[in-house]
Design a protein around this ligand. Structure first.
Ligand code: B12
Length: 458
């Protein structure tokens, strides 16, 4: 039996601890293992928040041969703590860690003897081959498996991942292994309920200095065929009564031909569906937005990041404020709401640049806007640069934030709070939110002690 789990949420720090969405990556991993004939159980401990002792009791009862844990840089310490606790109870159980931190910083995980293997990049094929090697007593075969890393004779062996070319061979995420009824299944900016997440493509062709997803998925974009996406939507509707979807892809409209085909199929199949997606301002045009709107798209999230062309260039964003304004206009014209995010505290940014971003955000008049303090994540281009220049504050073992004569992480918190207030506490924005969320939900969120934190730092 294989147990796949997430860790509990980090208790304090710099993380978004708001709404919990089912861990779709882990559900894909589970589905691939089930397809290969393994018995799998899942624990989304980010949701269940079981203590270390409760986890020990659970593994003592289940006696898994393998435990797979998802690890992001935010949850690294908890992942190590969990692995240690499990090994104490089941010394022969193999612990495999996958996900973002395993992909970017595999050595940091393998430095802990409790972790037997890391999986780098997409997990479906690598974990299946690894599980087959472990359960058939052929562990030496794991030494050469693509995407698998382990310790041997005092050194770490890290085999580069091979990407799955035909993504349609990946089965639908194993949603049946999670207690979906415990998730609230609502998505911000989407009236339709219940709502679920889907991830339909992998990989990014752009080179933003703050993002390292290319390392996880490669720098070409692969995706499921539009037919396969429609099949999964219909499966969600039939099994779980899904009415809304959040497509959690970096750039939903990057593959224009497939996006167009998908929207046409949504319309032809008369899917009773509303959806939200993320994309870039330079990847939309009037024709496409009109089609997306007709197919049920209600809101698009755009990363605007800054109002300054100089800063946008500096961080490798390759978009312009003019493109932002055009994209927002076209969305509004086509009845699609716009949510956007800016970053505060980018390298070479000044407080004056940040004030210009606030002014620009007000001018854009988007339906939602958040200001995130820039945190450099391991292995991204800006992370390496900060390490070299030394102009940073270390937030924890891995995370860095920019430090200049003008600002540091702590002083930016005050700027973030002020921007949040100045943007959102206007009669026009309040009315928009009340209309969107209803009076009760609006009041509940405003009164919640974490309301501002969670709204601002997603
Ligand atoms: C959607 C998303 C979110 C959503 C929710 C995700 C969810 N489903 O719970 C929200 C908005 C909540 C979110 C929040 C945050 N996110 Co986010 N998010 C993403 C995004 C865009 C997609 C993630 C995703 O679901 N991908 C689709 C699935 C299929 O892929 P996957 O989860 O990576 O899983 C595959 C592999 O990783 C691997 N795998 C995963 N787990 C395991 C486990 C095992 C055992 C194995 C073998 C393999 C394996 O196999 C899977 C299938 O191939 C990514 C960027 C990206 N393109 O990946 C960032 C990303 C994951 N987020 C990131 C960050 C930093 C955050 C925040 C910390 C931001 C913040 N400041 O608060 C928070 C914290 C999240 C948390 N609580 O832990 C970083 C992580 C970097 C890092 N080093 O950890 C990423 C990579 C973006 C970036 N900066 O480049 N996020």
């Amino acid at each position: 039996m294989i147990l796949l789990m997430t860790t509990a949420p980090p208790e304090n720090g710099y993380w978004y601890l708001g709404k919990r969405l089912p861990p779709i990556g882990l559900m894909y991993v589970a589905a691939a293992l089930e397809k290969a004939g393994f018995e799998v159980q899942m624990l989304d401990n980010y949701l269940m928040k079981k203590s270390v002792v409760e986890i020990q009791q659970l593994v003592a009862k289940l006696q898994p041969q393998i435990v797979g844990i998802t690890c992001g840089s935010a949850t690294y310490p908890l992942c190590i703590e969990t692995a240690k606790a499990i090994k104490k109870i089941l010394p022969n159980c193999k612990i495999v860690v996958g996900g973002w931190h395993a992909s970017y910083m595999p050595d940091s995980l393998l430095a802990n003897p409790e972790i037997d293997y890391v999986v780098m990049g997409e997990g479906e094929r690598a974990i299946t081959q690894l599980a087959q090697a472990i359960t058939t007593g052929c562990e030496p075969a794991a030494l050469t498996l693509p995407g698998v890393g382990c310790r041997r004779a005092g050194t770490n062996i890290l085999n580069p991942p091979k990407y799955i070319e035909n993504m349609d061979e990946i089965p639908y995420p194993a949603r049946h292994l999670l207690p979906l009824e415990l998730y609230d299944r609502t998505i911000e900016f989407l009236g339709a309920k219940p709502a679920d997440v889907m991830s339909i493509s992998r990989g990014c062709v752009f080179n933003c200095g703050f993002c390292e997803t290319r390392k996880l998925w490669g720098n070409i974009c692969r995706g499921f065929s539009p037919k396969r996406v429609i099949g999964e939507i219909q499966d969600l509707q039939n099994r779980y009564g899904t009415k809304g979807i959040y497509f959690i892809n970096d750039n939903f409209t990057l593959r224009k031909k497939e996006t167009t085909e998908l929207c046409n199929l949504m319309i032809e199949n008369k899917l009773d569906l509303e959806w939200v997606c993320d994309t870039r301002v330079d990847l939309v045009n009037e024709e496409l937005l009109a089609l997306m709107s007709k197919a049920g798209c209600k809101t698009i999230w755009f990363g605007v990041e800054s109002a300054s062309s100089k800063i946008l260039q500096r961080i490798g964003r390759n978009t312009t404020p003019h493109q932002v304004e055009e994209a927002f206009k076209l969305c509004k014209k086509n009845n699609i709401k716009v949510a956007c995010s800016f970053m505060l505290g980018l390298p070479d940014e000044t407080i004056k640049d940040m004030e210009a971003s606030l002014k620009f955000a007000k001018k854009l008049d988007s339906d939602w806007c958040q200001f995130n303090i820039f945190i450099a994540y391991p292995d991204s281009k800006l992370y390496q640069e900060l390490l070299e220049t030394g102009k940073y504050t270390k937030l924890d073992d891995f995370l860095l934030s920019v430090k200049t004569d003008e600002f540091d992480y702590n002083s930016l918190l005050a700027v973030q709070r002020r921007f949040f207030k100045e943007f959102h506490m206007t009669p026009k924005q309040i009315m928009k939110r009340v209309k969107r969320e209803g009076v009760w939900n609006f009041a509940k969120r405003r009164l919640h002690p974490n309301a501002q934190k969670n709204a601002g730092i997603a």
